[in-house]
Design a protein around this ligand. Structure first.
Ligand code: NAP
Length: 341
């Protein structure tokens, strides 16, 4: 049987999650066009995947906030996975650096898809940030589901700290997508995926630990001996390879259309747990990784329902221990190469 989705556009394809999505598509024999702002990162992605030379190419784009930024890239593809969005808290202007690029980038991908009748589905990487209500965050009897939405207004997101700015950016970007589906009934459908903290090995071009994405940077803090250990705002997490798998299943399963999926491992995590695992597993870690409150119970936080998506998309969640060990080992090797070059 012919693959109904043979050619996919992936935005943010040289980022942490985007590169895993690219690999998951390539593994299944699906041709990929990635977008990136960096020609050198595009070249590195291709060099690192010589076996897929005829299945992977890139369009270099400008900023997400530029009107029409994806119009050309969406030409000829059968579907889109829109991963790109700013993920940083090191900013001075929430609206300019988080809200506008996130929302305008989502609107730009929808506009591009509307111009290209070949596009059948858009899968968008939203976030648990678009779901969580801080009023329930520390209530261990509460379970967030994909029906929940962050309560922040645009004004609050604009004028609060960057964490709230990021939550607002993800909420209002995702809302813009659902509004388009509801109000304009375009020729394609939509799936959104809302992950909490995403961890796992890095497969995108990174040559220094300072270039790591935000969530991996926090694992590096643990690995490199940050004292005190970082403190998580949530205990929900998911392995990046499960996130990529979910994106591709969401793309390929017809029945997934127009659904919003919250994805989270059934296991909870803390940076203390990561430290405990590493210190138990490795002699170097006993020297370097902060002991903290070894063996401390998991902080009391709300639950996140990741089972509905696991059933709908056939996900078998990876475990935190293997994820941390693999990531820590890779990051130490990255740092070793960085300081010896
Ligand atoms: P990342 O490595 O920083 O990737 C972000 C991607 O977005 C990069 O590819 C980047 O493009 C692109 N991008 C950011 N700002 C842009 C702008 N102004 N114009 C054009 N492109 C821009 O982070 P990530 O963790 O993979 O995040 C990917 C997606 O997952 C985001 O939508 C994020 O909100 C979501 N998410 C992440 C986590 C997590 O824990 N990591 C959790 C939930 C949701 P370049 O490669 O060209 O720089």
């Amino acid at each position: 049987m012919n693959n109904p989705i043979p050619y996919v556009l992936v935005t943010g394809a040289t980022g942490f999650i985007g590169a895993h999505v690219v690999d998951e598509l390539l593994r299944r024999g699906i041709k990929v066009k990635g977008t990136t702002r960096s020609l050198s990162k595009a070249q590195k992605m291709c060099q690192d995947r010589p076996e897929h030379a005829d299945m992977l190419d890139f369009d270099v784009i400008t900023d997400l906030a530029h009107p029409g930024v994806f119009d050309e890239a969406a030409q000829g593809v059968d579907a889109i996975i829109h991963v790109a969005s700013p993920v940083t808290y090191n900013i001075t202007d929430n609206e300019r650096e988080l809200l506008l690029p996130a929302i305008q980038g989502t609107k730009a991908i929808l506009t591009a898809a509307k111009k290209h009748p070949t596009v059948k589905r858009i899968v968008i990487t939203s976030s648990f940030a678009a779901v969580l209500d801080p009023a329930h965050l520390d209530d261990s009897n509460f379970t967030f589901t994909s029906k929940d939405w962050s309560p922040f207004t645009y004004e609050q997101a604009k004028s609060s700290d960057p964490v709230i700015g990021y939550r607002g950016a993800k909420k209002f970007a995702e809302r813009a997508a659902w509004d388009c589906i509801q109000n304009e009934t375009p020729h394609f459908d939509l799936v959104t995926i809302c992950p909490p903290m995403v961890f796992g090995p890095v497969v995108h071009p990174v040559s220094k630990v300072s270039e790591l994405n935000e969530s991996t940077k926090t694992i590096w803090e643990v690995v490199s001996g940050a004292d005190p250990l970082p403190v998580g705002r949530v205990t929900a997490w998911v392995d990046v390879r499960d996130v990529a798998f979910a994106h591709v299943e969401a793309l390929l399963r017809p029945e997934a259309g127009n659904q919003r999926f919250l994805i989270a491992s059934p296991e909870k995590f803390s940076y203390q747990l990561a430290a405990d695992i590493l210190r138990k597993e490795f002699s170097w870690a006993r020297e370097v990784v902060t002991r903290g409150d070894e063996g401390a119970p998991m902080p009391e936080k709300a639950n996140v329902d990741g089972e509905a998506v696991a059933k709908a998309l056939g996900i078998q969640y990876r475990g935190f221990k293997d994820c941390v060990i693999e990531t820590a080992t890779q990051l130490r090797e990255l740092h070793r190469r960085e300081i010896s070059s």
